[in-house]
Design a protein around this ligand. Structure first.
Ligand SMILES: Cc1cc2nc3c(=O)[nH]c(=O)nc-3n(C[C@H](O)[C@H](O)[C@H](O)COP(=O)(O)O)c2cc1C
Ligand SMILES: C=C(O[C@@H]1CC(C(=O)O)=C[C@@H](OP(=O)(O)O)[C@H]1O)C(=O)O
Length: 365
């Protein structure tokens, strides 16, 4: 199949599917000497886990992770780290009657066109559940980055047309930790939850926007051509199911301004070069400039909905309709937050090693 790997030196390869035996990741290129145990990964997986509130899929999974290799006496030893989560609440019954009917908005038709032999149960490897692998890789990347005081935090900024007020990035974590919609603006969060529940009640779904902020990254990460830091971040984020747009900094809004209005002007504070504004989202010419790195993703409404929709029967080659049953997220945004953080963490960890900020073999702080 190919295409299951992210990162060049810090490489994360994921495997597994929604209704198969297990899902996991193999991380190659993590330097030796990083303290790591299952709890470091579990903490992140718990933030992604399904079945935790009325605004997530009711599929009940513990998502308990087991580290199979790559650590010795509580630290990474430079060998491939393999970690696995077994699928427990597997129930493909809802997919039996629709196996020849591609779901509008989901990956079914594309996968059948490309591979022919296709695991139709829950989209197989096309399921959002495979993002367990992203989160495993990202948890290790985050742990590595924390050693260098680099932190990555995501939050929901919009659901449907409801927009959150801007909040001090330092306060996002405390405000989103206990909040099921992962929005730091408490008033907007309440309205968002209401909107998600209304859509769910109707058998429909809603989309939104998630922002990811990297703080503490040094200037000098990235490459000037092709493997630009912004290009690699966009690649990683677009690799998550349901993501239809990526913005860095001001993003699509740059079209509305003159350069004199949005160029980030430089100044010096306590011997450090900074910029007055951060419209470039911390990346200039493909390389980080030491300001916070800011990416935003547009997440589409969950494709599997129970309202009737038009589709085709690929066996009889006749037009037909579909009503999707089963267990689905009425909105993907809250659960995509840890996945997006993980994807960005993998790219930043990879570039930290590539640019020489982290030794590729052993941790030297
Ligand atoms: C965390 C997460 C959870 C998801 N949950 C669902 C779901 O419950 N039902 C569904 O139809 N799609 C869900 N998706 C979205 C599909 O996986 C995605 O739309 C599908 O793979 C098609 O890919 P595309 O939207 O990128 O074109 C989820 C995605 C993610 C990342
Ligand atoms: C189980 C998860 O999300 C699943 C993502 C998903 C999809 O089509 O993407 C469809 C549903 O799967 P199933 O029909 O197999 O229950 C969701 O529950 C998970 O993320 O852990």
């Amino acid at each position: 199949m190919g295409g299951n790997r992210l990162g060049k030196i810090f490489q994360v390869t994921t495997f597994g599917s929604s209704h198969g035996k297990a899902i996991g990741a193999v991380i190659d290129g993590c330097p030796a000497g990083l303290p790591l145990d299952a709890n470091d990964i579990q903490r992140e997986l718990d933030r992604r886990r399904p079945g935790t509130s009325e605004i997530t899929t009711p599929r009940k999974e513990e998502d308990k992770v087991e580290i199979l290799s790559g650590t010795f006496q509580g630290k990474t030893d430079g060998t491939p780290i393999a970690a696995i989560v077994y699928n427990k609440d597997v129930d493909p019954s809802a997919y039996e009657s629709i196996k020849y009917k591609p779901r509008p908005g989901h990956g079914d038709y594309g996968w059948i066109s490309r591979y022919g032999h296709y695991d139709y149960r829950g989209g197989g490897r096309g399921s959002g559940r495979v993002t367990i692998g992203h989160v495993i890789g990202g948890a290790i990347a985050k742990k590595l980055l924390e050693t260098f005081n680099i932190r990555i935090i995501g939050h929901v900024t919009q659901i449907g047309r409801i927009k959150a007020k801007r909040i001090d990035p330092k306060r996002i974590e405390e405000h989103t930790l206990e909040n099921p919609v992962r929005c730091a603006d408490e008033k907007a969060a309440e309205e968002m939850i209401k909107l998600i529940l209304e859509a769910k009640e109707k058998g429909d779904s809603v989309g939104g926007i998630v922002e990811i902020i990297v703080s503490g990254a040094p200037a000098g990460l990235g490459e000037p051509v092709f493997s630009k830091l912004d290009a690699d971040i966009a690649h990683a984020l677009m690799g998550i199911g349901a993501v239809k747009g990526v913005e860095i900094g001001l993003g699509f809004k740059v079209a509305e301004y003159n350069a004199s209005e949005i160029n980030d002007e430089y100044y010096i504070r306590e011997g450090r070069i900074r910029t007055l504004t951060n419209n470039s989202g911390g990346i200039i010419g493909g390389i980080s400039n030491g300001m916070p790195i800011i990416a935003r993703i547009a997440v589409k409404p969950t494709p599997s909905i129970s309202l009737p929709q038009r589709t085709v029967n690929l066996k009889s080659m006749k037009e037909t309709t579909i009503r999707i049953k089963g267990r689905h997220d009425p909105c993907i945004c809250p659960r995509i937050v840890p996945v997006a953080e993980a994807s960005v963490a993998i790219i930043i960890a990879d570039h930290m090693i590539r640019a020489g900020f982290i030794h590729p073999c052993k941790i030297k702080t």
